[in-house]
Ligand binder design. Sequence first.
Ligand SMILES: [Zn+2]
Length: 190
Amino acid sequence: MKKLWAPWRMKYITSAADKNQSGCIFCKKLKSKADHNNYILHRGNKAFVMLNIFPYNNGHLMIAPCRHMGDFTALNDAELLEIMQLAQACQKAMAAVLKPQGYNLGFNLGRVAGAGIEDHVHLHLVPRWNGDTNFMPVLGDTKVVSEALEDSFKKLKKALAEYFRMKKRATSPRIKRNKKDKKSLPDAKY
Ligand SMILES: [Zn+2]
């Protein structure tokens, strides 16, 4: 990944020790009902999506299993499937509302690989723009970051909800039956 200039992440890096003391941030946010405050974009059966509040870029989100698990190789099939399905959904949502030119999608496993939280695996999805100059062009002002977070949260939440609504509609039995009805129309002449 091309290094991004993200000075607001210093707050995250310097407070990492405190974070360890206060328990797993993923589990804590999942337990809480304040999804908007916690920037939780979507709750699935086995995995969930939340914005990274110390983002590398505007819209940077994370997809994590609901189960507290630090070992990627220990994730089960259902968890792996839902995490990847959510990654697809999130990319679609990002494409619709943030219109990035590229994406970084990946896991940081282990501290030396850049993992901030090692005990609960999570998949990063970072939208990228050419030069990445659209976000935080002047200074690492935390107020600007929080405003950008709020804006991205609202846009992505709406786009994700729309994605799942369309997906549900496309796979609902009623629609399938209608498609069949249409296909069987030519038979009507016999
Ligand atoms: Zn956890």
